[in-house]
Design a protein around this ligand. Structure first.
Ligand code: NCD
Length: 305
């Protein structure tokens, strides 16, 4: 039985196969409409979510399966003090696969160790968010036709933004990838990513504070929200929250074939006037999230053509 805790749980070959399956699902949705008939997905979300939870549910429904679950810790027995290990043992009796989001780093891994069904990490604290990464990779590959030889700008809260951590881990496995890490001093990428992932693997990167300085060289710009819920005090959040606002004027500095991604939700970091620019890809990205989660459910349930 396989779980998905980090994008590195899949080899590059498996990842390519999964993305191919997602692209086939996009083209031939009817072929997969009953692939999970009789199967159930449990969504156990101890932290707020719109896209991840609903796209998982949409994915399972599109595959002809059913869904059950809870959308907040207060509405589950966690509010009575139940551990995730006990919860997953019980969920294993009710469902065939589980997507779990939790504010504590490592909680889905703890669950996976006691689970009788595949567990998918749907975001654990400021740590990892592998299914957002699968979504990001499918988006980049669909728009650019490749995942190699690109300069990727990652902008915003690189400290707490788990989507960024997972994306870096996944992209360094492709040749010719370089990064421009754009953040205020206080929200720079954690040392364990800078040292153990980027430097150790000889990945070219530079860290800058001004978005304008990076813009002209980028093939992908990945914007992120300042992660309010992970700050220790509100004052710091207020001071940093509007540090970056992508406007049409700043976008004018970019290449014509740049694509702007954002895992969403957006707060202020992308001005709504940018939404009409053909380079804005973040709503398309949300759609790709459904195809890739369909492909992931099929893969973990070992579906065969
Ligand atoms: C992201 C998350 O939860 O980490 N959202 C998502 O899943 N699309 C990004 C965020 O909340 O800023």
């Amino acid at each position: 039985m396989r779980h998905l805790m980090s994008p590195l749980d899949l080899s590059v070959a498996e990842l390519d196969e999964l993305l191919d399956l997602a692209s086939d699902i996009e083209k031939n949705p009817q072929k997969y409409a009953h692939a999970c008939a009789g199967k159930k997905l449990a969504t156990c979300f101890y932290e707020p979510s719109t896209r991840t939870r609903l796209s998982f549910e949409a994915a399972m429904l599109n595959l002809g399966g059913s869904v059950l679950g809870f959308a907040s810790a207060d509405s589950s027995s966690a509010a009575k003090g139940e551990s995730v290990s006990d919860t997953i043992r019980v969920i294993s009796c009710y469902a065939d696969i589980c997507a779990m989001r939790h504010p504590k780093e490592g909680a889905p891994l703890v669950a996976a160790q006691k689970s009788g069904i595949p567990v998918i990490n749907a975001g654990d604290g400021g740590h990892q968010h592998p299914t957002q990464t699968l979504t990001d990779l499918l988006t980049i590959r669909s728009l650019k036709g490749r995942l190699d030889h690109m300069t990727i700008g990652l902008c915003g809260d690189l400290k707490f933004g788990r989507t960024v951590h997972s994306l870096i881990n996944a992209l360094i496995r492709y040749p010719g990838i370089s990064f421009v890490l754009i953040s205020p001093e206080e929200l720079r990428i954690p040392d364990y990513i800078r040292e153990d992932v980027l430097i150790k693997n000889h990945i070219p990167f530079r860290e800058v504070e001004r978005l304008e300085d990076a813009m002209p060289e980028l093939d992908i710009l990945y914007m992120t929200r300042v992660q309010r819920e992970r700050f220790f005090n509100e004052e710091d959040y207020i001071r940093l929250k509007d540090f970056y606002i992508l406007t049409r004027q700043k976008l004018n500095l970019a290449k014509e074939d740049l694509h702007v991604l954002h895992p969403l939700p957006r707060v202020n970091e992308i001005s709504v006037e940018v939404d009409d620019d053909p380079r804005a890809a973040y709503f398309k990205q949300a759609q790709y999230g459904v195809y890739v989660r369909m492909a992931l459910i099929l893969t973990l349930l070992e579906w065969r053509d």
